[in-house]
Design a protein around this ligand. Structure first.
Ligand SMILES: *[C@@H]1O[C@H](CO)[C@@H](O)[C@H](O)[C@H]1NC(C)=O
Ligand SMILES: *[C@@H]1O[C@H](CO)[C@@H](O)[C@H](O)[C@H]1NC(C)=O
Length: 288
């Protein structure tokens, strides 16, 4: 008998999907092409089928030849987020109207990520230098290994709902400045409620005490939770898994996960706007 193939199961499970656990033991399978299962029942049906088919040797051999041995199981049980969302994800920086001839910078940031924090000042310098020839769209990517990234991102979505978008970036900058308070180690002994209360208190100081009620109710409003999920899902859909990650006119810059300094930005943007004084004509290698 040929040795039985090792089985790889990659499961993306929601932490609050309480009844995922009971089916975990059956979640072994070999699927020729990575795919996504949308419902719990569907997942269990497919798993049973696979386990049954695995017992037949000829199928095992053909599966061995398959390139992809990943089984991507995405079980979302508690809330299903209807996609696409009603509004495109992201916060547009600044007041000026978006000009489609301008260079679009998309930044995927996590408010409690130190590299995102370090990337922010040079990015602001770039926006100040190039004015309306560039525009910035910030997407939030709350990284799952940053315990408070989701609530921090949710606070930004709540504040963004207060019509004045200026507040969103004020609060983002506040997070960058004081993010250490919300690192994993620093909040190990705090409950989630304590962290949320701390964020509400601080955000109120940033946007004004008249918004206390808005912030408090925002954390109980499912819509803001869903918006934050959309941000995460949008990032995942773009293949982004680290912060900061930048895209220029839709193309990703290399070195995702590390901040780009001011000169790095100039080297990339100058040639795009036809500023010949920058000598580095090699920069298109980033894209090609
Ligand atoms: C958390 O609690 C433990 C045990 O009381 C203590 O040793 C530790 O210093 C606390 N950590 C923080 C960040 O407060
Ligand atoms: C063009 O590049 C030069 C040299 O780096 C710089 O001094 C100048 O500010 C740039 N112009 C713009 C509009 O960025």
């Amino acid at each position: 008998d040929p040795p039985r193939p090792a089985v790889t199961g990659v499961a993306a499970l929601k932490a609050d999907g309480a009844d995922c656990g009971s089916h975990w033991e059956t979640s072994v399978g070999v699927v020729p092409y990575g795919f996504c299962v949308r419902s719990h029942g569907e997942a269990v049906r497919i798993l049973c089928l696979l386990v049954e088919k695995m017992k037949r040797p000829n199928l095992v051999t053909s599966l061995l030849q398959s390139t992809f041995l990943f089984f991507l199981l995405s079980v979302s049980i508690v809330y299903a987020q209807p996609l696409p969302p009603p509004k495109f994800d992201g916060f547009v920086y600044g007041k000026h109207r978006v000009d489609w001839d301008a260079i679009q910078i998309e930044a995927f940031l996590d408010p409690v990520c130190p590299d995102s924090r370090d990337a922010w000042p040079p990015l602001k310098q770039v926006l100040a230098l190039y004015g309306d020839r560039v525009w910035l769209l910030v997407h939030l990517l709350p990284l799952p290994y940053h315990d408070n990234a989701f609530v921090a991102s949710r606070a930004l979505h709540i504040v963004n709902g207060i019509s004045n978008h200026h507040y969103t970036f004020k609060l983002l900058e506040w997070f960058f400045k004081y993010q250490e308070k919300f690192y994993n180690a620093q909040t190990r002994n705090l409950t989630r409620t304590e962290v949320v209360n701390e964020i509400v208190k601080s955000a109120t100081q940033v946007v004004g005490s008249s918004y206390l009620g808005t912030l408090e109710s925002g954390f109980n409003d499912r819509k803001t939770d869903l918006k934050t999920r959309v941000s995460f899902k949008y990032s995942a859909a773009r293949g982004v898994y680290g912060t900061p990650t930048f895209f220029i006119n839709g193309f990703q810059l290399p070195d995702a996960g590390s901040p780009l300094d001011f000169n790095g930005w100039k080297t990339i943007i100058d040639p795009l706007i036809g500023n010949k004084t920058t000598k580095n004509s090699d920069n298109m290698h980033y894209f090609l």
